[in-house]
Design a protein around this ligand. Structure first.
Ligand SMILES: Cc1ncc(COP(=O)(O)O)c(C=O)c1O
Length: 400
């Protein structure tokens, strides 16, 4: 019997327009022990600094237990924001005051909050196409409409951006992932970063820079963040502890203007009052005790090996005509075959017990079916090789 509360007509238009993402079904399939999943964007559990966290936790619970277990400030632990502001300057040349930082419950929460405060339902937002699925979900939850701009191997195409702005002249902001983009693995070149900032400034559009993977570079040289290049206070920067500490902390941070900080706090108070004080204390000690800088090289070494193994396996086992990106960092490879339909191929892949995320999920209009996203960080080395062999067969059969 359906109650008045659960009958569909009682739900809001926005929630009725939302659909479960492909990630959800993929997370379920991970339960099958024979399945090899390149689907979820999961860090490898070996990348978690378990011993460091244990040590820091034991010290902090003894010295500061009563503060660490209390509610915290909406913008986050002051000591963490001070430590982070220093680190942003040292590591990324991003100049900011601690008061320009808001801690959020993962950067995912920041995406939701920023969608809510920077745009009205029905407004347009520009993103790369493809773009991060979780951002599409977060922005859509506020009724925001997304317009994707095509990319090439150097990032968002600037001529396409200009053409899109002619058609949609007043987007509320532009959402971009300059480093090792999720899903494509592509990094924006320095020239492209500068051009993008210029176009945004000329057209009065603020930029949302999402950078969860910036510290996970396995080859090539560091490129400056948009926020570091920006001279006009036009960029809001999102970072997270999920990939350099652990996603279980659910801690991310936004660096932005004092005005946006104030508005973010209003929405955050409606969502969860404040992020986890326990996570904030631990994250502060993880940075200020130097643990983070000693640990990240281990993560880089682990993931570089896995990236190389996946690329080598793709070269060996995928049939001719299948193309793939060669990311310099991050967690994903983007595989494309002209004329293929990766949505249709997924059924065969599941039969062969290998999972990927269909490319169409990452396009705001869902209208591109030739690609798939593969995660290379989660699976064991043996499973990477075996999974790509299976995927090769899926492509072989799709071509018949
Ligand atoms: C591009 C991007 N942004 C944001 C997030 C959200 O991360 P978290 O909420 O764990 O900080 C992710 C997670 O995978 C991501 O890939």
């Amino acid at each position: 019997m359906s109650s008045n509360l659960s009958a569909n007509k009682e739900f809001s238009k926005i929630v009725n327009s939302m659909k479960p993402s492909a990630i959800e079904s993929i997370l379920k399939a991970i339960g099958d022990p024979d399945m090899i999943s390149f689907g979820g964007g999961l860090p490898n559990p070996d990348s978690f600094p378990v011993d460091d966290v244990k040590r820091i936790f034991n010290e902090l619970i003894t010295s500061s237990g009563r503060k660490m277990l209390q509610y915290g400030a909406t913008e986050g632990l002051n000591a963490l924001n001070i430590t982070l502001a220093k680190r942003m300057k040292q590591q990324l040349s991003i100049e900011c005051e601690p008061s320009q930082i808001v801690q959020t419950t993962g950067s995912q929460e920041a995406l939701y909050i920023l969608g809510k405060i920077l745009a009205n339902p029905g407004d347009y937002v520009i993103s790369e196409a493809p773009t991060y699925l979780g951002a599409i979900t977060a922005f859509r939850a506020s009724g925001v409409r997304m317009v994707g701009v095509e990319m090439d191997k150097s990032g968002m195409k600037i001529d396409s951006l200009r053409a899109t702005l002619k058609k949609y002249p007043n987007p509320k902001f532009m959402y971009v992932l300059p480093n090792f983009q999720n899903p494509s693995g592509i990094s924006m070149t320095l020239e492209r970063r500068k051009e993008l900032l210029e176009v945004a400034w000329e057209n009065g559009i603020s930029v949302l820079e999402d950078d969860p993977y910036g510290s996970l570079r396995y080859s090539g040289s560091h490129l400056p963040a948009l926020k570091a290049l920006d001279r006009n206070d036009n960029v809001t920067y999102l970072g997270t502890f999920s990939k350099v500490l652990a996603p279980g902390f659910r801690l991310g941070y936004t660096i932005t203007t004092p005005e946006i900080v104030d508005k973010m706090k209003l929405v955050k108070q409606a969502l969860d009052l404040a992020s986890s004080t326990i996570s904030e204390y631990l994250a502060e000690a993880y940075i200020s005790g130097g643990y983070i800088d000693r640990w990240i090289p281990n993560v880089i070494e682990l993931y570089r090996r896995k990236r190389d193994l996946m690329i080598n396996s793709l070269e060996e086992y995928l049939p001719k005509g299948v193309e793939f990106t060669r990311p310099e960092g991050g967690m994903f490879v983007w595989v494309t075959k002209k004329g293929a339909n990766t949505d249709k191929m997924l059924e065969e892949a599941i039969k062969k017990k290998v999972l990927y995320v269909v490319g169409s999920e990452f396009y705001p209009d869902g209208d591109n079916h030739e690609s798939m996203r593969l995660n290379f960080t989660y699976s064991s080395d043996e499973k990477i090789v075996e999974g790509i062999k299976r995927l090769g067969k899926v492509f072989d059969n799709a071509g018949k």
